[in-house]
Design a protein around this ligand. Structure first.
Ligand SMILES: [Fe+2]
Ligand SMILES: [Fe+2]
Length: 137
């Protein structure tokens, strides 16, 4: 399970809210995958994964637009990271997932949550001061 910590805060309320929503979706997926030992939850897993993917795309776009609007310098590198993540999450083979449901979904979920956590701490933090200096909180 993923727990939000203060160190994840970018000090911009809308961004923090979106990051929290991402982890909430991750936790929702975690709960479903945990239950999948007893029951076949494949449809639910795929649905929640899609929800997570769509929300991630929404969040990335929001972030990129905000950074673009304020003339953030490192936008291209930041965007590249977002794109690579979307590509990876979109390339999941659902057939393979169905066969190894629990293991594959757990591995994937761990990857997603690790990636998001790391990205917030290392890359998103890079714009914290920048946006705050522009008066964005
Ligand atoms: Fe980002
Ligand atoms: Fe972000």
């Amino acid at each position: 399970m993923f727990n939000w910590k203060d160190e994840y805060s970018c000090n911009v309320s809308e961004i923090d809210l979106q990051h929290k929503n991402l982890f909430e979706l991750g936790n929702k997926l975690y709960t479903i995958v945990s239950l999948s030992q007893k029951y076949d939850r494949f449809d639910e897993i795929v649905k929640t994964l899609e929800e997570l993917r769509n929300y991630t795309i929404y969040h990335f776009e929001f972030e990129e637009n905000l950074l673009k609007l304020h003339g953030y310098e490192n936008i291209e590198e930041h965007k590249k990271q977002h794109e690579a993540f979307i590509k990876k999450v979109t390339s999941i083979d659902e057939e393979y997932m169905d066969l190894n449901q629990k293991k594959v979904s757990m591995d994937l979920l761990t990857f997603i949550l690790d990636w998001i956590g790391n990205h917030i701490l290392k890359t998103d933090m890079g714009y914290k001061e920048f946006l705050n200096n522009k008066g964005i909180y």
